[in-house]
Design a protein around this ligand. Structure first.
Ligand code: APR
Ligand code: ZN
Ligand code: ZN
Length: 361
């Protein structure tokens, strides 16, 4: 039987979101219905509401979530009712060229639920990132569910569904940070600060946090940065070089998404270092680099999608570290809020004093 539950809907461009009744169908083949326990508020949810994402209104927002599987459709083997799961927005196929080449992060055929959740008048909803978890229950593809230790706090676990995973993964997966490395993180919002945490987990000896906001730098320090640089008052390229014996950092992680910070990342790295680009630029942004500098520097320039994560490998591992007290996910939960307060959380996001607001149900 299809069920009616409450969900946070964006009806039209720029309009405040509101709670509406939605219809969640029974899971079809390969699908699961998940009772959502927690879902973080991400910038991408706001982009949906602002019409910045090429998909159709109305949207059911929310995508950084954890919850309990309520029911599964035919042929589902990954999870069973009662499992505590983190949802992911890249359930890969395992068979396309990208998957077969060992780069499932670039899978051509990611799976979402085939059936649609609707409003009560039958209008089909577009679930944010194929999830739609600002709702009491949501319908997803079973491959979007990863089982983790059920003793973990849902608010913390859900964070691994998006932004925090993107940051940690930028350091440990894409950047391949190793013991003793020097790492610079440019931009210490939720994603950059998660990269600081990832660098620390990986055993980096120096973690240099760069931001224009002292408040963010203080948080970075609390999370494990060994040095901080306010790039309003100091040249970040010079500062990073000075702190790394004149060389530049082994790994520089850019988590802003602007031309000047892309350029800083390029020059703040060691000649053989790696630049990891996590910050998402806008289509019109350009940088202008001397080709001799591009040629003259070895190392690598890599972009990082979703922290190059493999949910079935990374989620349980990171939750285990969290449960052991070795990964502080709680530090990213600035506040827990009700489903009705998502719009307020969007407002707070603009002020920049929140790492994550998390809806808890
Ligand atoms: N130099 C250094 N830091 C900067 C600069 C700058 N020129 N401009 C902004 N920042 C800092 C902000 O002060 C803030 O701390 O970058 C940080 C951005 O953080 P958030 O706005 O919280 O964004 P976040 O969620 O961390 O995402 C960062 O990663 O995944 C992408 O789409 C995401 O592009 C976005 C980026
Ligand atoms: Zn997100
Ligand atoms: Zn694939």
């Amino acid at each position: 039987m299809a069920q009616q539950v409450q969900g946070v809907i964006a009806r039209a461009k720029g309009e405040p979101v509101r709670i509406e009744t939605i219809v969640v169908p029974d899971p079809g083949p390969g699908e699961a219905v998940v009772k959502v326990q927690a879902c973080g508020v991400c910038h991408t949810d706001l982009h949906y509401r602002e019409g910045g994402i090429n998909d159709d209104f109305p949207f059911l927002l929310g995508h950084e979530a954890a919850g309990v599987v309520e029911s599964v459709g035919d042929g589902v083997t990954e999870v069973a009712p009662g499992d505590f799961v983190i949802l992911n927005w890249r359930a890969v196929c395992g068979q396309c060229r990208a998957c077969l080449r060992g780069r499932p992060q670039y899978c051509f055929d990611t799976h979402n639920a085939q059936q649609k959740m609707t409003l009560t008048d039958g209008t089909e909803l577009s679930p944010a990132l194929g999830i739609g978890a600002f709702a009491e229950k949501t319908l997803v593809a079973a491959g979007q569910c990863t089982k983790v230790d059920p003793a973990a706090s849902p608010a913390a676990a859900g964070l691994l569904g998006c932004g925090v995973m993107a940051g940690i993964g930028a350091a440990i997966n894409t950047g391949n940070v190793g013991r003793g490395d020097s790492v610079a993180v440019i931009g210490c919002g939720g994603v950059g600060n998660a990269a600081v945490v990832g660098a620390r987990l990986a055993g980096a000896a120096k973690i240099i946090a760069v931001d224009i906001d002292d408040k963010k730098l203080r948080t970075a320090k609390d999370l494990g940065a060994t040095h901080t640089v306010n790039s309003r008052s100091a040249d970040p390229i010079e500062a990073v070089r000075e702190l790394t014996g004149g060389n530049g950092a082994d790994v520089v992680i850019e988590a802003v998404g602007r031309p000047e910070t892309y350029e800083q990342a390029f020059y703040a790295r060691d000649l053989a270092g790696t630049v990891v680009l996590v910050g998402v630029p806008t289509p019109e942004m350009r940088i202008d680099l001397p080709l001799l500098d591009v040629f003259g520097r070895g190392g690598a320039l890599k972009s990082s999608w979703y922290g190059d994560c493999l949910p079935s490998r990374d989620f349980p591992m990171l939750i285990d570290l969290y449960q052991q007290g070795r990964l502080d996910l709680d530090a990213f939960v600035t506040e827990t809020i009700a489903l009705a307060d998502v719009e307020k959380a969007f407002e707070r996001m603009h002020h920049g004093d929140v790492l994550r607001s998390v809806v808890v149900l």
